[in-house]
Design a binder for this molecule. Structure first.
Ligand SMILES: *[C@@H]1O[C@H](CO)[C@@H](O)[C@H](O)[C@H]1NC(C)=O
Length: 121
């Protein structure tokens, strides 16, 4: 219980900071929204690889089952607004958030098994 609370506090700090964290040599692949099999697409505040040391502890503490730790995990996630795809008007409510296509979504506003996605393609 204590560790779960700790994880949620750490998470709130990360969400407040709103940073997109990934190593500079980590160039994310971006897929078009038409290739995303896991709708709805979410906009997330902070994004790291699921196997990031801090992120993996948070995910494990909250009991979130990650299928592929080499993919991204997002926190502070909320559904994208508008219509996705070419000619659509999809947008992240918070312009500092980043759209992700995620195979695992949780009630903690944390997603895992995510790929970067272009919501207007
Ligand atoms: C996108 O377009 C639809 C239909 O015109 C509209 O109802 C909706 O409010 C728009 N959404 C955004 C985020 O602009």
């Amino acid at each position: 219980m204590f560790s779960k609370l700790f994880a949620l506090v750490a998470l709130n700090v990360a969400v407040t900071n709103g940073a997109l964290i990934h190593r500079q040599d980590d160039t994310p692949v971006t897929i078009p929204s038409t290739s995303c099999e896991f709708l709805p697409i979410d906009c997330c505040s902070t994004i790291t690889r699921a196997n990031n040391p801090t992120t993996s502890v948070v995910l494990a503490t909250l009991g979130i089952a990650v299928k592929d730790p080499t993919l991204y995990a997002g926190i502070g996630c909320e559904p994208v607004q508008g219509t996705i795809g070419p000619g659509g008007n999809a947008t992240c409510l918070n312009e500092n958030f980043h759209p992700l296509c995620c195979g695992t979504k949780t009630s903690f506003k944390i997603d895992a098994d995510c790929t970067f996605v272009d919501i207007n393609a």
